[in-house]
Design a binder for this molecule. Structure first.
Ligand code: AMP
Ligand code: ZN
Length: 468
């Protein structure tokens, strides 16, 4: 298998450190509000990775944290704690807020057929380990104290910035970090924050009452649950310049070596060509998509059409087409169920090889999906084809054995000759309309209707179907 490693900027042959078990860490959700579909894209990417590794015979030990504390409103250490803010606004305890959004998140990922990681630790259950980590950094001289917390001193880690390859000025420009006069360097970050009395979530520590910095959560939980060496760390590309640089600095400081072998990052999902943002009211949730008539797997299909390295632009037209394609694919698969046609074994083996090659080539799922489509279109209905498609579906996880929408089943096989014929008539009708010759245009429509062919005018042009 080959994966693109953000650290080396190269596609590398992958083998886990211990040969058989792959240790994975994924930055999980901050559970102070609903996860949006952009977040879900990143977890679908994480799931494709899991499925591909399993298909290659590996055992997985995968941890994804639930951030149920801290994570301030900026990339840095300033601003109000998101969890406390939501708790105040909704007049609930932070634990109630976190429990509610965690439950919705887990339900959402289940509905997307995202295989749950083996370990889903909560930050609040791991505070002693975080304190121990901070203490270790302190003892080794990587941390210093200010009036509001304990900070990591990046001057002690000359390799700081090696993941993003940005110089510190560029990094600061990209992040929303407010000036803090007491910091030795603007990019120094809090590993522990001292809590003012009114702060809702706080724990005793050698530095008084406080709460952990966001970045330390991942380093400490990664170490506790996976050990000193992690094979693959995943997250969205937004985490490269600050969060993951900080994780690297912390782990190198504490352990004296890199913790992570391969860094993998999923590209962003935009909406209508722009950023997803609460103020633009375009941060859709899965529940909102469901209200509009799209199933979670329609959304999964939409995501699988783009490689995880590509930006993906979300539009409702795109969702319509994904919904239709998924249903048509299920209809094509259904035709093979129980089919008694003979298919050449060598041909099936070739399909399997091509499919696996695509998956193992840095998760080229769009290509794998194309190969699956080709297989589904094999003319002879064959149960062997059906079984191979279901085998492929252990990667795509689109429930391809599910019933298609009724229209997809009814869709007849279109004879290409007939199709070309009708398209010619459609072109003649369009020309007549352009020339305002509506009599001729209507004549063509009626003549086709008499042959059982119905024209459908859409904003994208005219299509046709056979009358029922
Ligand atoms: P957060 O809860 O903000 O830490 O985000 C959870 C995960 O979703 C992280 O891995 C982010 O990198 C990722 N993420 C956030 N916004 C988007 C987006 N628009 N598209 C894809 N992934 C995203
Ligand atoms: Zn993280």
């Amino acid at each position: 298998m080959k994966f693109y490693n953000t650290m080396t900027r190269e596609k590398e042959e992958f083998t886990p450190r211990d040969g058989s078990t792959v240790k994975i860490y994924s930055c999980g959700p901050t559970v102070y509000s609903y996860a949006h579909i952009g977040n879900m894209r990143t977890y679908i990417f994480m799931d494709e990775l899991r499925r591909a590794l399993k298909r290659n015979g590996y055992t997985l030990l995968h941890a994804m944290n639930i951030t149920d504390v801290g994570h301030l409103t900026s990339d840095g250490d300033s601003g109000e704690d998101k969890m406390s803010k939501a708790a105040k606004e909704q007049k609930k305890s932070p634990y109630e807020i976190a429990a509610h959004y965690t439950e919705v998140f887990l339900r959402d990922i289940d509905s997307l057929n995202i295989d749950r990681p083996e370990l889903i630790p909560h930050a609040t259950d791991n505070i002693p380990e975080m304190i121990e980590f901070v203490q270790g950094l302190w003892d080794k001289g990587f941390a210093y104290e200010t009036s509001d917390g304990i900070y990591y001193d990046i001057s002690k880690f000359p390799e700081y910035g090696k993941l993003s390859r940005l110089n510190l000025d560029e990094q600061q420009a990209g992040a929303r970090v407010e000036v803090n006069e007491e910091k030795r360097h603007p990019a120094d970050f809090a590993v522990w924050k001292k809590a003012p009395k009114e702060h809702i979530m706080q724990w005793p520590s050698p530095w008084g009452m406080g709460y952990p910095g966001w970045h330390i959560e991942c380093s400490a939980m990664g170490l506790k649950y996976l050990g000193e060496y992690i094979d693959i760390h995943t997250g969205g590309v937004d985490h490269i310049p600050v969060h993951h640089e900080n994780e690297i600095a912390q782990s190198c400081g504490y352990l004296g070596h890199e913790a992570v072998h391969v860094w993998m990052h999923g590209e962003f999902m935009n909406v209508d060509g722009g950023k997803m943002s609460k103020s633009l009211k375009n941060c859709y949730t899965l529940a909102e998509l469901k209200e509009k008539g799209y199933s979670p797997l329609d959304f999964r299909y939409f995501c699988l059409n783009a490689h995880y390295h590509q930006k993906l632009n979300f539009t409702f037209e795109g969702m319509d087409s994904a919904k239709k394609s998924l249903s048509n694919l299920r209809a094509a698969v259904k035709k093979h169920k129980g089919g008694e046609g003979e298919v050449n074994e060598r041909m099936l083996a070739a399909f399997k090889n091509r499919f696996d090659e695509a998956v193992n080539d840095d998760l080229n799922i769009p290509k794998a999906l194309g190969i699956l489509w080709e297989l589904a279109k094999v003319k002879t209905p064959s149960d062997a084809v059906y079984r191979l498609i279901l085998d492929f579906d252990t990667i795509t996880a689109l429930d391809l054995d599910k019933e298609p929408e009724p229209e997809a089943v009814k869709e007849p096989e279109i004879d290409p000759v007939l199709d070309a014929e009708v398209k010619e008539q459609i072109a003649l009708r369009a020309q007549a309309k352009k020339e305002k010759n509506y009599v001729e245009a209507d004549r063509i429509r009626k003549a086709l209707a008499d042959c059982g062919i119905l024209l459908i005018d859409t904003p994208q042009g005219t299509t046709w179907k056979l009358a029922d």
